[in-house]
Ligand binder design. Structure first.
Ligand SMILES: Cc1cc2nc3c(=O)[nH]c(=O)nc-3n(C[C@H](O)[C@H](O)[C@H](O)COP(=O)(O)OP(=O)(O)OC[C@H]3O[C@@H](n4cnc5c(N)ncnc54)[C@H](O)[C@@H]3O)c2cc1C
Length: 570
């Protein structure tokens, strides 16, 4: 089969806030850029963000306070140069969105309203009701279209062309027809979002299968800090669908089966507005100690009734709808039930502030870039604060787009031939022709159940070693899968099989990183090592996968700055 080879200055994979912001800059700089996305851009998970985007611009607030809250929230693992850049640029970014037409909720006097979020010293999250992500994503998409950015929707990128230490493009296929193509480019950016779908209870879209991470890892390139998975305190009981932190920001109270406001015990000062890692552990602890609610006693109450209907309809209309649809509970009249849910990936493809992907702590890969949730820059360290990610994705996306536009003038197009697609084609062929006995949904469910159980909110050496074995077995069984749909048209069986392969690979990184990190920091909590250990582990994990799937762990330095590590109390 002859495969078309398309040539571009830049290929951006992903059309969430990060990818769109980068593509817009590239187009503005006159570069020939294409955005490839497995979903329609407006279905990207950025559009599900509810709560807000942080920027310190009120009279009482300061950029330095935003920086400090972020670094403290990160349990001192964030790189402080990147945090400074983000917090200093945030007020300008919010105005940039406003000038492009994003409509934010306002105060009576017409200024942009800001709500409190967990772990923040001031109300700092700007919002558009509880549909902030959708508002910003629509704005970015319009602006990208206005400049004439080209899109390929419903195309699945399944390999990176990485040869002789240089990235030369990507291989992808059209989901509608299964037809493959090669996209040869001077510069490639991954902006593919998060990987929460590896867990049973999660808040993420079905598409958040972390494809890019495994694609990168299969080329022997590192992934950073993968053990830090954020569990959001308030997912709807049973499904994990997100009840934004805005619910607690607006005054929501957490209650156990005895009606106690239990956060008094765990975070007496900040109460429900403690950082996410702490509140998630507190909720899980209440459940483990038998004070849970609901049919399986595996949730706690989130009570918003005291806010009244007017405020709920003004500030949280979407949350109310979700709770009625999925739980049958109306938050205006009664408390709803929530539990911790896998939400956000702090780790990912290691990048510099300019977005250049790293092949080791101190070397970069020519022609390769990343931004947004799939990257690790690292502004969130061991724990992200709410409303800092909808900030990070377009802020670094835009910055990386500008870097790429400059680099492209120096980079030459390294032409490729059809042979670069062999890996993608043989993977597709094998999955289509394999006549094994294992089924994708079953393996995926086993992975998700076991990740939640063994590598979730609380971890031990024993649980993680168990999970390592589970993944080893699942990877073996994956070799023996069979899919029923053998057709070319919208073959979602094939896509899900490829995605499962990715989920198995990056889950192994989460587990190995968590096993090696014998301390508790931010979202990574080890019952057997409950203290933070700065002497040994004030370091970023850099993990690499060998050709036979084994993972080795190395470490890189954290960029410290004006905030010295200290005990983290709320
Ligand atoms: C329910 C929910 C609510 C949230 N609320 C907030 C909030 O209020 N504030 C906040 O700061 N953060 C919030 N977050 C986090 C934040 O929304 C995300 O981290 C951020 O939007 C990610 O943006 P992104 O551009 O990196 O990726 P995404 O928006 O996830 O986009 C990923 C893109 O990559 C594409 N893609 C992926 N794999 C492939 C592939 N193999 N081939 C082709 N294309 C591919 C997808 O099609 C998609 O276009 C929330 C997250 C969730 C899940």
């Amino acid at each position: 089969m002859s495969i078309p080879i398309h040539q571009y200055d830049a290929v951006v994979v992903g059309a969430g806030l990060a990818g769109l912001a980068a593509a817009r800059e590239l187009k503005k700089a006159g570069k020939n850029v294409i955005v490839i996305t497995k979903l329609h851009p407006l279905r990207s998970h950025s559009g599900a963000a509810q709560g807000g985007i942080n920027a310190a611009f009120s009279a009482e607030d300061s950029v330095e306070a935003h920086e400090f809250d972020t670094v403290k929230g990160s349990d001192y693992l964030a790189d402080q140069d990147a945090v400074e850049f983000m917090c200093q640029t945030a007020p300008e970014l919010v105005r940039w969105f406003e000038h492009m037409g994003a409509v934010f909720s306002r105060n009576e006097d017409g200024t942009i309203a800001q709500r409190p979020f967990g772990g923040q010293s001031h109300p700092r999250a700007c919002f558009a009701k509880d549909r902030t992500g959708l508002t910003l994503l629509q704005t970015m998409f319009e602006q990208a279209n206005r400049l004439g950015v080209d899109f390929l929707d419903e195309w699945y990128v399944s390999d990176l062309i990485y040869e002789d230490g240089v990235v030369k493009g990507v291989c992808a296929y059209d989901i509608k027809t299964s037809k493959p193509a090669i996209f040869n480019a001077k510069a490639v950016m991954f902006a593919t979002g998060g990987y929460g779908r590896a867990f049973k209870i999660n808040s993420n879209a079905h598409a958040n299968t972390g494809d890019a991470l495994s694609i990168v890892a299969r080329h022997g390139l590192p992934l950073e800090d993968m053990e830090f998975v954020q569990f959001h305190p308030t997912g709807l009981a049973g499904t994990g669908i997100l009840m934004s932190e805005a619910a607690r920001g607006e005054g929501g109270k957490l209650l156990n089966s005895k009606g106690e406001r239990f956060m008094e015990k765990y975070a007496p000062e900040k109460m429900e507005l403690g950082p996410r890692d702490l509140v998630s552990r507190s909720i899980t602890q209440e459940v483990l100690e038998g004070r849970g609610v609901g049919p399986d006693k595996d949730a706690v109450y989130l009570d918003l009734t005291h806010l009244g209907e007017k405020k709920i309809m003004e500030r949280l209309p979407e949350l109310r709808d979700l709770a009625i649809t999925f739980l049958g509970l109306d938050m205006v009249k009664e408390p709803i039930m929530i539990a911790a849910t896998a939400h956000y990936s702090m780790g990912g493809i290691p990048v510099t502030i300019e977005g250049r992907a790293k092949k080791s702590p101190n070397e970069t890969v020519p022609g390769f870039y990343a931004a947004g949730e799939c990257s690790c820059v690292s502004v969130h360290g061991a724990n992200r604060l709410g409303a800092n990610s909808v900030l990070e994705a377009p802020l670094f996306g835009r910055h990386v787009g500008q870097t790429m536009a400059k680099d492209i003038d120096e980079l030459e197009l390294k032409e490729v031939d059809e042979s670069v697609a062999e890996r993608m084609l043989s993977e597709m062929k094998k999955l289509l022709e394999n006549n094994g006995t294992e089924r994708v949904p079953e393996l995926r469910t086993e992975l998700q159940d076991s990740m939640t159980k063994n590598a979730g909110v609380f971890r031990t050496k024993e649980s993680l070693e168990k999970q390592k074995k589970v993944i080893q077995k699942l990877r073996k069984r994956y070799e023996n899968i069979r899919i029923d749909d053998k057709s070319d048209v919208y073959n979602t069986d094939l896509q899900e099989a490829i995605e499962l392969g990715h989920m198995l690979d990056f889950s192994a990184f989460i587990v190995e990183g968590a096993l090696a990190r014998e301390e508790s920091r931010g979202a990574h909590f080890r019952n057997d090592f409950p203290k933070r250990d700065d002497k040994k582990f004030l370091k970023h994990t850099f993990a690499y996968m060998s050709d036979d799937g084994e993972i080795s762990i190395d470490y890189g330095d954290v960029v410290l700055g004006k905030f010295k590590p200290e005990a983290r109390k709320y």
